[in-house]
Every structure is written in C-alpha cells, then in structure tokens.
Design a protein around this ligand. Structure first.
Ligand SMILES: Cc1cc2nc3c(=O)[nH]c(=O)nc-3n(C[C@H](O)[C@H](O)[C@H](O)COP(=O)(O)O)c2cc1C
Length: 182
C-alpha cells in the first residue's frame, strides 16, 4: 500500500539545523516525506542537501519551478510547516507567497488540504503586533497553528533549544487533522 504523503516545509529557524531528525520522526509515523525548504533554510543545508534527498527519496525543493517544468513531487496528503519562522508567519499572514515554502501551503489550505504549522521563534520576535494578526489570518483560513501548551511555546531570547523541537507533538496534531481524533 502506498504511504500518505506529507510535505514538511522548513524555514530558517533553529530546529532546521536538525531537520533530518524531523524527517525521520515523520517517516516513523508512516509518512512518505517530501521536504521543502525556504531559500534561507536551503542555504543552511546547501553542503549536505544530498543527504536530505537520500533520506526522503525525493528532490528537496526550495524554489518555484519554471513555467515549463512539471511537478517533481507527489501530491500532498497533508502539509506541516515546521519549524515556522517569524518572517514566514508574517509574510504568509499578509498574503505574500514569494517563496515556495509559503506558496505551497497557502494555496493548499484553500484547496482542502490539511495544513498545520508549528512556529519556532523567541518571545521578543513574537511580541511584534504583526504576529498575532498573522496567526489569526492563518487560523481564519483553516490552518492548524500549533502554539501554546499543545504546540510550541515561544522561548525567551537566547534560551531556545532547537534540538528539542517537539516533532512528535506536531505529527500527532497532523494525524488528528487528517484522520480525526483517535
Ligand atoms: C542562525 C540563525 C538562526 C535563526 N533562528 C531563527 C529562529 O529560530 N526563528 C526565527 O523566526 N528566525 C530565525 N532566524 C531569522 C530568520 O532566518 C530570518 O527571519 C529569515 O528571513 C527567515 O526566512 P524564511 O522564513 O524564508 O526561512 C535565524 C537566523 C539565523 C541566521
């Protein structure tokens, strides 16, 4: 039986240094994982991108395709934007999809694809008034935004622990979104 396809969409936020771990956890949860990186996140992984291609068995995309190119990834069953940076949150909330990492989920959620997003930024970044507005804008479209006790709670500046990003919580939430609560 073919596995359901999860697009894991990662931004240039701390846990993306360990995105291979996030992919492995998602695979252990039964997903065929396609990894999409923001252009900034792709820079972080440029020297080791081949490892991510080998791990997922798919191209690792970070740029929009050219008009004459066809899709290189299978159709998504669901999408998880994680870790989501403050910048991507606010651009998406404002309707600016100038990266593939925003373009894919911003369209998908309005086409009935289950989309979840788990942020990773500090309390000083999150205190910007734009953040609350953007979170509300995403939720109003049906994005499952995973913050607070059931998701990721912002850390104090310089106090983050990117290696401890709660991947399993994010994947449990995606599973509930797709299947309904157990
Ligand atoms: C080493 C480093 C770590 C960063 N960590 C974070 C982070 O954890 N969260 C965040 O929102 N931004 C973080 N930033 C800032 C983002 O990378 C920056 O806002 C970038 O424009 C995000 O772009 P993207 O959302 O397209 O990936 C970090 C930047 C650097 C250089």
């Amino acid at each position: 039986m073919t596995k359901p396809v999860l697009y894991v969409i990662a931004c240039a936020a701390g846990p993306t240094q360990y995105i291979d771990e996030g992919v492995r956890v998602a695979q252990a949860n039964g997903w065929d994982v396609c990894l999409v990186l923001s252009p900034s996140a792709a820079r972080w992984w440029e020297p080791r991108r081949g490892e991510l291609v080998a791990l997922t068995g798919h191209p690792v995309r970070s740029q929009y395709k050219l008009p004459w190119e066809s899709d290189s990834l299978p159709k998504a069953t669901a999408m998880l934007v994680a870790p989501m940076s403050c910048t991507t949150l606010n651009k998406w909330g404002a309707g600016i999809s100038d990266t593939l990492a925003i373009g894919l989920p911003s369209e998908a959620v309005n086409m009935g694809v289950p989309v979840a997003a788990m942020p990773y930024f500090n309390q000083a970044q999150g205190a910007q008034p734009a953040c609350a507005r953007s979170i509300a804008a995403l939720r109003s479209q049906g994005v499952l935004f995973l913050d607070g006790p059931d998701g990721y709670e912002s850390h104090a500046p310089k106090q983050g622990n990117p290696e401890a990003f709660p991947w399993q919580s994010a994947l449990d939430a995606v599973r509930n979104l797709v299947d309904g609560p157990a």
